[in-house]
Design a binder for this molecule. Structure first.
Ligand code: NAP
Length: 257
């Protein structure tokens, strides 16, 4: 039997052939791994990040042809509209949207500044709304589309020192379920992926005591790799997940269960 999600051997069928994927925050970390996995599945990928040059370099290095990178701040509706237009012109109309761009501005809540709250909610939550609104009309018209929102286990269980981040990620879960209900009749599926602690720049500064404590709370006793998250994204984006919508699936070594 041929496994179309297995390693891409010569001539292996690729389940995302003909799809156009737009991955926000695709220039590094989890977003980059998702861009790589979707490209390996046969999709043409538009990589978006504030750093447009880096996004273009990453797109250039993806397997296959027809990818491109674009500079865009997902928190800014005008920037998003311009980027989605540029993606359409250069790559094609988005059929798979991955809302992955995100950041943290941690602090105990009595010391959080207005800008720490606004920036995190603006990028992590409003960013997903901005992108979804900009691409969903085409998906509804074609009666075909996939939206993946990268939330976090922190949005499920909360985390001291991350009230703004947890609120943004919990909000993204409500957004996912509402979009799934609203768009299902047009065959547009919307799911959320909730990573646990994954080795990226976002977690690079955790000190060794915090890391040891984290490992003790993870049944699989290690942090995840970006590709662990990316493989779920590839599955959810593809035809094998055709009956899955409105779900939040954790990739966390068993931390939340
Ligand atoms: P990362 O390594 O810091 O990468 C973040 C990406 O988002 C970069 O490409 C960055 O590029 C882009 N970005 C940030 N702000 C943006 C904006 N305003 N507009 C457009 N792009 C923006 O982070 P990561 O660890 O891969 O995290 C990716 C996602 O997974 C985030 O949503 C994060 O909350 C979530 N997550 C991560 C973990 C973890 O343990 N790492 C766990 C749970 C959830 P520029 O800086 O050039 O814009």
């Amino acid at each position: 039997m041929t496994d179309s999600t297995g390693p891409a051997g010569a001539g292996a069928p690729r389940e995302l052939e003909g799809q156009i994927a737009l991955v926000t925050g695709g220039s590094r970390g989890i977003g980059r791994a998702i861009a790589e996995a979707l490209a390996a599945g046969g999709a043409r990928v538009a990589v978006i990040a504030r750093g447009g040059e880096r996004a273009a370099e990453v797109a250039e290095a993806l397997p296959g042809a027809g990818h491109a990178g674009f500079g865009c701040d997902v928190a800014e509706p005008d920037s998003v509209r311009a980027a989605v237009g540029a993606v359409q012109a250069a790559v094609g109309e988005t059929s798979i949207l991955v809302n992955n761009a995100g950041l943290t501005r941690d602090g105990v809540l009595m010391r959080l500044k207005d800008e720490d709250w606004d920036e995190v909610l603006g990028v992590n939550l409003k960013g997903a709304f901005n992108l979804t609104r900009a691409v969903v009309r085409g998906m509804m018209r074609r009666r075909d589309g996939v939206i993946l929102n990268v939330t976090s286990v922190v949005g499920l269980m909360g985390n001291a020192g991350q009230a703004n981040y947890a609120a943004s990620k919990a909000g993204l879960i409500g957004f996912t379920k509402s979009a799934a209900r609203e768009l299902a009749s047009r065959n547009v599926r919307c799911n959320a992926i909730a990573p646990g602690f994954i080795k990226t720049r976002m977690t690079a500064d955790l000190d060794s005591a915090v890391l040891a404590d984290l490992r003790a709370r993870i049944p699989l006793e290690r942090l995840g790799e970006p590709d662990d998250v990316a493989q779920l994204a590839r599955f959810l984006a593809g035809p094998r997940a055709r009956y899955i919508t409105g779900q939040v699936i954790a990739v966390d070594g068993g931390m939340v269960m």
